[in-house]
Design a protein around this ligand. Structure first.
Ligand SMILES: Nc1ncnc2c1ncn2[C@@H]1O[C@H](COP(=O)(O)OP(=O)(O)OP(=O)(O)O)[C@@H](O)[C@H]1O
Length: 314
């Protein structure tokens, strides 16, 4: 896919402009940047649901929205009601025929093809053990695998994933990152993933797109997540440190603007709070790439709490 001089405007506000970007077939790309900068909106531009205000965008050689089944999409995570009477496999099936009236009758060729493909993709993501359970009773990691299966069920060539690692504990982040890496390498699917922390996927990435107010930088992680590049992008001193185990930590990243306080309000789970505490103790004075979290300055002196890493106040 390619963007040439692309800009996007939502709610009358220019989010980013002059973005040039090329992503080749079969590549694994992460989209990083602070809260509210327009990462999800970039995916929507690629999907064709948000039109660019200027510039040219091509996806799989066509205008956005024209590639149909060849694009799979996992929207930003929503939690499922535990009482929802829908099995994991039903959720996967919605990716197959959820946009069509009626369903193929069991026993017909269409019904058999649907069943075969749904079983195949559930197997691919390793969700066989819980695909028959109500989706609301599956864990966050299990739900995420089933949703990835849903996005994959029509054999897309391009997979757009909006924060699939969000709210997962570290082992599940690693497992889902490995799964997406495998889908990219073994199935040849091009992956564009919005992420708040590059570290779980760092070793698998071909390319990073770092969005900041006004612009974007793209290249290999080694080219983009550097002191020089991020300082230039943010127009303010930013330092990238590498820990002894190879993780990247961005220090001095400008504050994430707290300008959308309610978008994720329904998603602030116990796991999120656990992660907030983990960040507070593990990365004191530092900020994960993309979270915009600076523990010593973000802490509310009255409550001893930190704002949610995605911009809302906890
Ligand atoms: N339909 C809309 N109307 C008005 N403003 C919108 C709309 N959709 C998004 N926005 C605003 O555009 C900005 C970018 O939103 P977007 O979801 O793309 O950011 P993001 O980088 O993905 O953020 P986060 O990291 O918090 O998920 C936000 O300030 C958001 O509130």
């Amino acid at each position: 896919m390619s963007l040439r001089g692309a800009s996007v405007r939502v709610g009358g506000r220019l989010l980013w402009s002059g973005v040039d970007l090329d992503i080749g077939g079969g590549e694994f790309t992460a989209v990083l940047g602070p809260n509210g900068v327009g990462k999800s909106t970039l995916l929507k531009v690629l999907l064709g649901t948000v039109a660019p205000a200027a510039g040219e965008v091509r996806v799989l050689g066509r205008a956005p929205g024209r590639a149909g089944d060849r694009v799979g999409y996992l929207p930003q995570r929503r939690s499922f009601d535990p009482a929802l009477r829908l099995r994991g496999s039903d959720v996967v099936r919605l990716g197959w025929d959820g946009d069509r009236w009626g369903v193929p009758l069991p026993g017909t060729a269409g019904g058999r093809a649907a069943r075969r493909r749904i079983a195949e993709v559930i197997d691919l993501v390793g969700a066989g053990a819980y695909a028959d359970r109500p989706i609301g009773q599956c864990s966050g990691g299990e739900q995420q695998r089933l949703l990835i299966a849903q996005a994959l069920v029509r054999r897309p060539r391009l997979l757009l994933l909006d924060e699939p690692l969000d709210s997962l504990d570290l082992p599940n982040q690693a497992a889902v990152a490995a799964l997406v890496g495998r889908i990219c390498r073994e199935e040849g699917v091009t992956v564009v993933m919005v992420a708040h922390d590059v570290n779980p996927i760092l070793s698998r990435l071909d390319r990073v797109v770092y969005l900041a107010e006004g612009g974007a930088v793209a290249g290999s992680p080694a080219e983009v997540v550097t002191t020089e590049t991020l300082t230039r992008l943010y127009r303010t001193p930013v330092e990238v440190l590498r820990t002894s185990d190879g993780r990247l930590v961005v220090v001095g990243q400008p504050e994430a603007p707290a300008r959308h306080t309610d978008r994720h309000a329904d998603r602030h789970t116990d796991t999120d709070r656990h992660h907030d505490i983990e960040r507070r103790t593990d990365v004191d004075r530092h900020v994960d790439p993309g979270t915009g979290h600076r523990p010593d300055t973000d802490r509310n002196a009255d409550t001893d709490q930190y704002p949610d890493p995605r911009g809302e106040l906890s």
